[in-house]
Design a protein around this ligand. Structure first.
Ligand code: PLP
Length: 436
């Protein structure tokens, strides 16, 4: 039986839940409505400085403010409306899983596909919903037919799991992996395009490149790299794990063959959501990771044959998209960059502080990595948590180290002040000695 609103409300549990959800939802709507009234016709840049507008957005999240979470790049909390939607869908599944999951909820994922595709700027027939960027990118990396000796070109800043996927193909099939050494920080987009251009050989079949690098926050000139590759008949996979709903762009700004992203980072969708884009003419040739009825089909849904899985997180993506569009992608980008600049510009004044991110607006957005010279970055991250309850990600790379700082739209300037105070204390006094 399809659970309609009336039958749901007629049960006492349903009525209580609906009341609770209704009041939370109204609360969220009130905040976003108030924010919209305040926004008026101001530019994203002007609005990014209006703390009372962003206060309304901050209130849409149910958080524990007794800690300061500056690792939203790893995985982000969802706004209350997204969490509520997921819990509601999960309860509904649980009433009669075989019927509700497969007959009622799964078909509705099609609307989510359509909405994601519109936001990304592709056809819904080119977008598969996955559990994360890792799954999306592994489908692409493993699914392309290659012969021994064929080259896969990527960088020293690509994500370890993706590089491991390539190494597995290397070990099993004899493909050749080439990793370009990346400059830190990057000086210019021309420098990056040139590096890729100079490294392709007649054996290069595929390029894997990050849209935005997780350890430095560098946004790559992916469109220019993909155009250069296409002119040479080379396929392109773009790792957009950190890009989607972080800064404003659409597929036309990329032009790759395959794109993988997570939605539990910057879209603030439920944990365990992502998507894979495959250019229409490439779908038939790409093997699915988990076997489908017709692996050579050109139906994008062949990449979703993973067996029984929860639909609730997928359906709640719709609420995350509503929240994202409710703020506005350009406004969100401007605010994230302002928050990043707020802390980075204060800290970079100190001689011992190194920022490993090019802070110009066409090179980065919310993510930046900072190091205090002479202080071990892993110890610094542990200290920030133990002493100040601040969460950051320690970065240890063969070329540099630091802590990665990623605020989100719910982050307040006061929280960033506390972070800067804690960092400045370490700059002047060093880390406290460990207790005996
Ligand atoms: C560049 C990059 N690619 C891929 C991933 C994998 O994302 P997930 O763990 O959500 O699959 C990450 C995760 O942080 C990442 O930073």
């Amino acid at each position: 039986m399809l659970l309609n609103r009336r039958s749901f409300l007629s049960s006492s549990v349903g009525a209580t839940t609906a009341l609770a959800i209704g009041s939370l939802k109204d609360d969220w709507v009130r905040h976003v409505h108030a924010a919209h009234q305040q926004a008026g016709g101001r530019s994203p840049e002007e609005l990014s400085a209006d703390e009372s507008f962003w206060f309304q957005i901050q209130q849409a999240f149910d958080l524990d403010r007794s800690l300061i979470n500056l690792n939203n790049g790893g995985v982000s909390p969802s706004p209350r409306i997204v969490l509520d939607a997921m819990i509601r869908q999960l309860s509904f599944t649980n009433h009669a899983p075989s019927r509700h999951l497969w007959q009622v909820q799964d078909p509705r994922v099609e609307l989510v596909r359509e909405r994601l595709a519109r936001t990304f700027g592709c056809s819904s027939e080119e977008l598969a919903i996955t559990r994360n960027a890792s799954e999306s990118l592994q489908i692409a990396i493993n699914g392309i037919d290659l012969k021994p000796g064929d080259e896969f070109l990527t960088t020293s800043h690509d994500y370890p799991r993706m590089v491991n996927t390539l190494k597995q193909r290397m070990a099993r099939e004899g493909i050749v992996l080439k990793q370009l050494r990346m400059p830190v920080p990057v000086e210019s987009h021309d420098q990056l395009v040139r590096l890729f251009e100079e490294s392709v050989t007649p054996r290069t079949r595929v390029i894997l490149v990050c849209h935005i690098v997780n350890i430095t926050g560098e946004i790559f000139p992916v469109k220019r790299i993909c155009e250069m590759a296409r002119r040479r008949g080379i396929l392109t996979i773009v790792d957009g794990a950190h890009a989607f709903a972080h800064f404003a762009y659409t597929y036309d700004d990329i032009g790759c063959d395959f794109y993988g992203t997570s939605l539990h980072k910057w879209l603030t969708a439920p944990i365990g959501t992502g998507f894979l884009f495959v250019r229409k003419e490439r779908i038939a040739d790409l093997w699915p990771l988990t076997a489908a009825d017709d692996p050579k089909s050109d139906n994008i849904r062949k990449f979703e044959e993973i067996g029984t899985h929860p639909t609730a997180p997928r359906l709640a993506i719709a609420e995350a998209l509503t929240f994202h569009h409710g703020i506005g992608p350009e406004r969100k980008e401007a605010r994230l960059r302002r928050l990043r600049n707020y802390w980075a510009e204060r800290l970079r004044r100190h001689d011992r502080v190194r920022i490993h991110t090019n802070l110009s607006s066409n090179h980065s957005c919310a993510i930046a990595t900072v190091q205090i010279k002479g202080v071990d970055s892993e110890d610094l991250a542990v200290h920030l948590w133990n002493r100040h309850k601040i969460i950051v990600a320690a970065i240890a790379h063969e070329d540099f180290e630091g802590i990665r700082v990623t605020p989100n739209v719910y982050t307040t300037k006061r929280e960033l002040d506390l972070f800067c105070d804690a960092m400045e204390q370490v700059v002047s006094e060093g880390l406290p000695s460990p207790s005996p």
